[in-house]
Design a protein around this ligand. Structure first.
Ligand SMILES: [Zn+2]
Ligand SMILES: [Zn+2]
Length: 317
């Protein structure tokens, strides 16, 4: 029954994806906006296939792990509506932290960076997965299993909210009215994919935007007159885009950093996990190339305009 439910989800969502992607491509051509490029779309499909294969391979592992914890659950829900609503809210909360740590810890950023390296914004970017995330994503859902949520229900809600997570990758929908206060919308997620300093590491939620508002990572999309046009992609774009570098470039950089002979072990550790990697023109150092938090702290400390900081970023060599 449960697996039929997930198949049904795929059966319903696949034609919807095909229609919205088709409409977006047509509008993109009609309005002469370069929302799609062949190279980018091919990379999105490639990353989706890699991630999908790994996810499939690991399904048994994460199902057995979650099932183990479910057998030792501490609560049980008697009301079915309360059960599903609580699962949706709590799973989205856990996803927020998974995504936030993916941005703030360099080892995880090295995995998640693949989702951010597209310089366009369209529905297919939603499929541009963090290839190795299935290796550890389920760990964030262990508390849910312990709380009495069934593993298959956890996996089902993840797949269901992911549909929304894909839908928010578009430039065609500007604002969604009152929904902007509750849900993650295309406007919020455009900010998430922007490499403009003010927008870095913002709006991490998948379904509800409330977590970003509660934990200080919310940033509204600002009109161009008030800020800058959005620049999608990484603050430091890939030098060479190949099937290998697109997945491993941050790992390669981490390896280069930790094998340096002129630094201490503490510095090596910092290169892997902490927020000290990049150095600015004024001597300031911060974490992964996308590390907006480092930049924000720096901006706060020195009371500089964000834009001034981003253009000066360069790696320590
Ligand atoms: Zn992200
Ligand atoms: Zn995204």
């Amino acid at each position: 029954m449960e697996s039929i439910r997930e198949q049904l989800l795929i059966l319903i969502s696949t034609p919807i994806y095909m229609v919205i992607i088709g409409v977006e491509i047509l509008l993109s051509n009609y309005q002469h906006r370069r929302l799609y490029t062949w190279k980018d779309t091919a990379a999105n499909i490639y990353l989706m296939l890699l991630n999908g294969a790994l996810d499939l391979l690991l399904r048994a592992v994460y199902f057995v792990t979650l099932d183990y914890f479910y057998r030792h659950n501490i609560f049980s829900f008697s009301h079915v509506v309360v059960y599903w609503v609580m699962l949706l809210i709590l799973e989205d909360f856990m996803y927020y932290w998974l995504h936030r740590f993916d941005h703030e810890i360099r080892l995880f950023w090295a995995v998640h960076v693949t989702h951010h390296s597209s310089e366009t914004m369209n529905f297919t970017v939603g499929f541009r997965s963090s290839v190795f995330q299935p290796l550890y994503r389920f760990i964030y859902f262990i508390p849910l299993a312990l709380m009495g949520f069934k593993p298959l229900d956890i996996i089902f809600i993840y797949s269901a909210t992911q549909i929304w997570g894909i839908f928010v990758h578009t430039e065609l929908i500007k604002k969604m009215g009152w929904l902007e206060y509750i849900l993650v919308t295309p406007s919020h997620h455009r900010v998430h994919h922007a490499s403009n300093a003010k927008y870095l590491d913002k709006n991490m939620g998948m379904f509800l935007i409330i977590w970003d508002k509660m934990f200080g990572t919310f940033q509204a999309e600002l009109p161009e007159e008030k800020y800058q046009p959005i620049r999608y992609g990484l603050t430091k774009p890939l030098e060479k885009e190949t099937p290998v570098t697109i997945v491993f470039h941050e790992w390669i950089q981490i390896w280069k950093d930790v094998t340096r002979t002129d630094i201490t072990w503490k510095e090596k550790w910092n290169y892997m996990g902490q927020l000290v990697i990049y150095e600015y023109a004024d001597g300031f150092k911060t974490g992964s190339q996308q590390n907006g938090l480092g930049i924000q702290r720096h901006v706060k400390k020195h009371q500089l305009m964000c834009a001034v900081v981003t253009v000066e970023v360069f790696p320590v060599v």
